[in-house]
Ligand binder design. Structure first.
Ligand SMILES: [Mg+2]
Length: 189
């Protein structure tokens, strides 16, 4: 299956970090960003974690204190996100149907968010990173916290993710190498 180079580029994250705790939010602020879009599942918490830990709460507080507006964006349900929403005290957009961008486009307008100042952080190339790129938003890819807890449809997404990243490695070799993402997609992993 051939994919046009420009379509393939939609799966290329702006940056890669192992976890949300490895991101330099201070630097992002200095670069002029003021809004963080966090994915929830396997980005902030694995699928078996139903309550936020103090580590998560501290991170959200610290990022808020730097002056960021934080939003949590999930394809999951209102029920799933409730405990996190309550503890973090942030706005959450649920049932988003990522990788489709119709709903998130509406939210960006409704909340009057400047797209050029958003950083979108997520663990999935085919949902989070694609959405960000379609909307011309800066993205940071992180490793999924516990891939073994993923549901069947996410496991299918991972198959496509590996396929796309393999092609990205060929077509956008310089960008791919700069990301430092190679061990994530190593054959024996
Ligand atoms: Mg996720």
């Amino acid at each position: 299956m051939a994919m046009k180079k420009e379509k393939l580029r939609l799966y290329l994250p702006s940056e890669y970090k192992k976890t949300i705790y490895d991101i330099d939010y201070n630097l992002l602020k200095k670069e002029g960003y003021n809004t963080i879009f966090f994915d929830l599942d396997n980005t902030i918490a694995d699928y078996q974690t139903f309550f936020p830990t103090s580590l998560m709460i501290n991170l959200i507080e610290n990022v808020k204190n730097l002056g960021f507006n934080i939003y949590i964006l999930t394809n999951n349900t209102k029920k799933r996100i409730k405990n996190f929403k309550d503890s973090f005290n942030v706005t959450c957009f649920e049932s988003l149907h990522k990788p489709f961008t119709r709903k998130i486009r509406k939210k960006i307008i409704e909340y009057n968010i400047d797209k050029s100042k958003i950083v979108w952080i997520g663990d999935q190339v085919v949902t989070d990173i694609k959405c960000a790129n379609v909307l011309s938003i800066k993205s940071i890819l992180v490793d999924p916290i516990k891939p073994s807890t993923e549901k069947w449809y996410t496991k299918i997404n991972r198959i496509f993710e590996r396929r796309y990243m393999k092609k990205i490695k060929q077509e956008f070799n310089e960008e791919y190498n700069t990301l430092g993402v190679d061990t994530r997609y190593a054959v024996n992993r």
